[in-house]
Design a protein around this ligand. Structure first.
Ligand SMILES: Cc1cc2nc3c(=O)[nH]c(=O)nc-3n(C[C@H](O)[C@H](O)[C@H](O)COP(=O)(O)OP(=O)(O)OC[C@H]3O[C@@H](n4cnc5c(N)ncnc54)[C@H](O)[C@@H]3O)c2cc1C
Length: 382
């Protein structure tokens, strides 16, 4: 490793990316194709926060409509990443089954109609067809039937993250972990980024700091966007007889979700508790809620939990991700607000960010889906 930025004498680079989650890693990789890039991550390992705690499903039916389009635009990368990116497939079959009670019929119908415009294989299922796919439901829990997205896939998030980081280094970029960006100041031709023991100067900085996105902006004198981190809990229930081919099951009213994982069942109460940016931990009450809600909906004997965790999903004020240059701070690019979709949208978001930094036109995969740069720009929130 060269002595990049090891003293208080600033090291000049083209781009400093702040945050070593999936957003920062994917953006740094994309930018490093044509620029010198450093990525700084405050935690001892990249992916320590939200990225390492995700359920990692590629669905084109869950989330904001822009998120669905970004996920659809990312699919081609997941299916066929560059040759030297990863040694095995990034995707494996999963399927997503949105289920609902009698009172949820309208929500399931609406979801199916909206989803079919993005994912044509999505279909409505009767309660009987729902029970054929996952036989352990109590009839009342699926009395409204289901909306099924058969092409939803499980993403190997760690392989994706490591692929981006390896590729970044191969392109000449540098990754610094245990390195917090403490203060950013603007000068004539760009930004000085002061980290612990390292200083960089760059015309472009990318704020990919997840739950800390507004904190980083404030340290740069840039007005915060009003990002809201919300805690989401998951646990791994010990359970015999889980069929690993079951789809991810999501209650359409947001009561719970569950999917086969590591020989057990990953269960979440689909919680969204507002939180400060922090190292989120699972709370016992949320774990109990997850087991109770799934227990009410199914006959599965949910008794013990192998492990439980939580991560922060960070929302922008309008719920859509934020990608682009701050209108009042030239060279300061936002890549935040991914909420519960930062893994499945990373390839498209990184491609857009790189195009915006380079002053290029919108990537074709987004133009094809009628997504504009203005839809995602921070300017819409000012
Ligand atoms: C339980 C759960 C299930 C989920 N399921 C899915 C799913 O199925 N599909 C999907 O696509 N997404 C899912 N998500 C959402 C996904 O995990 C996030 O959207 C995504 O990981 C956000 O990535 P990020 O890089 O923006 O944030 P993070 O991974 O949190 O990375 C931001 C990084 O910035 C660093 N940082 C902050 N401040 C500084 C600083 N000053 N200097 C240096 N570094 C700094 C932090 O340490 C952090 O590592 C889920 C999330 C959770 C919690």
């Amino acid at each position: 490793m060269t002595a990049v930025g090891t003293s208080t004498t600033p090291t000049p680079v083209d781009v400093v990316v702040i945050g070593g989650g999936i957003a920062g890693a994917s953006a740094a990789w994309a930018l490093a194709e044509r620029a010198s890039v450093v990525l700084v991550e405050q935690a001892p390992t990249a992916g320590y926060h939200a990225t390492g705690r995700s359920a990692s499903v590629l669905s084109e039916t869950s989330g904001h409509s822009l998120v669905c389009a970004l996920a659809a635009a990312s699919r081609a990368f997941f299916e066929a990443p560059p040759d030297d990116f990863v040694g095995h497939p990034l995707l494996s079959p999963r399927g997503l089954l949105w289920v609902g009670q009698e009172c949820d019929v309208d929500a399931l119908d609406h979801l199916a109609a909206r989803a079919q415009t993005v994912a044509p294989t999505v279909r409505r299922l009767t309660p009987a067809a729902t029970l054929e796919l996952v036989p352990h439901f109590r009839p009342a829990a699926v009395a409204g039937g289901a909306t099924f997205e058969p092409d939803a896939m499980a993403i190997d998030t760690d392989a994706l993250l490591q692929g981006y980081l390896r590729g970044l280094r191969r392109r000449g970029g540098h990754v610094f972990t245990s390195t917090t960006a403490i203060e950013l100041s603007r000068w004539a031709a760009g930004w000085t980024v002061v980290c612990e023991g390292r200083v960089f100067q760059a015309p472009v900085v990318v704020d990919a700091a997840g739950a800390w996105g507004d904190v980083v902006a404030t340290s740069a004198g840039v007005a915060p966007l009003g990002l809201e981190p919300r805690r989401r809990t998951a646990c791994l229930a010990v359970l015999a007889g889980v069929d690993p081919t079951w789809p991810l099951v999501m209650d359409v009213a947001g009561r719970y979700y569950a999917e086969p994982e590591s020989g057990g069942l990953l269960v979440s109460p689909a919680d969204e508790s507002p939180s400060e940016p922090c190292d989120a931990q699972a709370e016992e009450l949320d774990v109990a809620l997850a087991l109770d809600r799934l227990g009410e909906a199914t006959t599965l004997p949910l008794r013990s939990v192998r492990r439980a965790w939580a991560g922060l999903r960070t929302f922008s004020p309008d719920g859509a991700p934020v990608v682009g240059e701050d209108p009042d701070a030239p060279g300061f690019f936002w890549l935040v607000g991914q909420a519960g979709a930062g893994i499945k949208t990373a390839p498209a978001m990184a491609a857009l960010l790189a195009a915006l930094v380079r002053g290029e036109s919108l990537p074709q995969a987004l133009a094809d889906r009628s997504v504009s740069a203005a839809d995602l720009s921070p300017a819409r929130l000012r």
